[in-house]
Design a protein around this ligand. Structure first.
Ligand code: SF4
Length: 303
């Protein structure tokens, strides 16, 4: 049984018929350009924005119709790490208070929560002398370590990481990505890892979901994605990888502004008449039932 299964999820303006699974202890990398709906999808799964229809099965329990009160027991098992660690930390709280807060919400006694905070620190590369410091006294990398520690305080089963390294220096990014992977090995946490950076997605993911204008274009294992992605938009994303020789066919220019069929048609060099009129079904490829794609004419990459 997957830890999380999203079925045919829609929201008001952006998400259209999103389906995928996340297994326990595994990472689903969600990739797509700015505006593709990655963050909206994260917020919808956490029920922080309204959804129109669809199911969000978390440990086989459908969260899509639960009230705020009914959702409360699930909140501790589903946490989020944000892109801007400074913005997600209260500047008026010192590190002890920041890390204590999740335990206060769980009504854990003051003595016990202070002990728990001290136990957390070494796992995240933090030291006890930092407990009296405030967010502005930490570097960007340390602030992100604090955000991650806070997200992990209650041992969540699922962590949604929204561009967690994109605001950091390249030299710090690797440290944070290694920490995220190490925590998964230790706690068997599942991640939804959102990034526009295909290199980062390759490093952390077991499966990959490609989003474009709020629709899933392709969903496949990480290895297969890098060997045999077949959606024209996936080819375009793969072109950005350093050292890649494969070339996506040149994008088309179009004066049309919308079509009723495939959302990628205006940019797709392979489009045919059917693409402009019929939305491609999200389906498995005949030679691999685990490889799902929304395209009338899947393409193997050209080396
Ligand atoms: S359905 Fe047509 S337009 Fe859309 S990605 Fe596939 S080939 Fe391109």
């Amino acid at each position: 049984m997957p830890l999380l299964e999203v079925q045919n999820l829609f929201n008001q303006h952006i998400l259209k018929d999103i389906s995928f699974k996340v297994e326990e202890g595994k990472t689903l990398g969600i990739v797509g350009e700015s505006g593709s709906g990655k963050t909206t999808l994260a917020l919808a799964i956490l029920r922080l924005i309204p959804i129109l229809k669809g199911k969000i099965l978390f440990q086989n329990q459908d969260l899509s119709n639960l009230s705020d009160k009914e959702l409360r027991p699930f909140r501790k098992d589903m946490q989020m790490i944000f892109q801007d660690p400074y913005g997600s930390l209260n500047p008026r709280m010192n590190l002890m208070k920041i890390l204590e807060e999740p335990f206060i919400l769980q009504k854990i006694s003051s003595k016990e929560r202070k002990e728990k905070v001290k136990e957390l620190l070494p796992l995240f590369g933090l030291t006890p002398d930092a407990l009296s410091k405030y967010p502005h006294e930490f570097s960007g990398g340390q602030k992100q370590r604090i955000s991650i520690a806070r997200a992990f305080a209650l041992s969540p089963k699922l962590v949604i990481a929204d561009e967690p390294v994109s605001a950091l220096d390249v030299s710090i990014q690797a440290q944070i990505l290694n920490l995220i992977r190490k925590l998964q090995d230790t706690f068997q946490t599942s991640y939804l890892f959102i990034s526009h950076d295909i290199s980062v997605i390759r490093y952390v993911s077991h499966h990959i979901l490609v989003l474009y204008q709020g629709r899933v274009m392709e969903y496949v294992s990480r290895d297969k994605f890098f060997e045999d992605a077949q959606h024209p938009y996936s080819h375009l994303l793969l072109e950005s990888l350093p050292g890649k020789n494969r070339k996506a066919k040149t994008l088309t220019e179009s004066i049309e502004t919308s079509v009723t069929g495939c959302v990628f048609a205006l940019r797709c060099p392979y489009k045919q008449d059917k693409c402009l009129e019929v939305i491609p079904e999200y389906r498995s490829l005949s030679d691999d039932p685990e490889h799902l794609i929304a395209c009338h004419y899947p393409q193997r990459a050209q080396d």
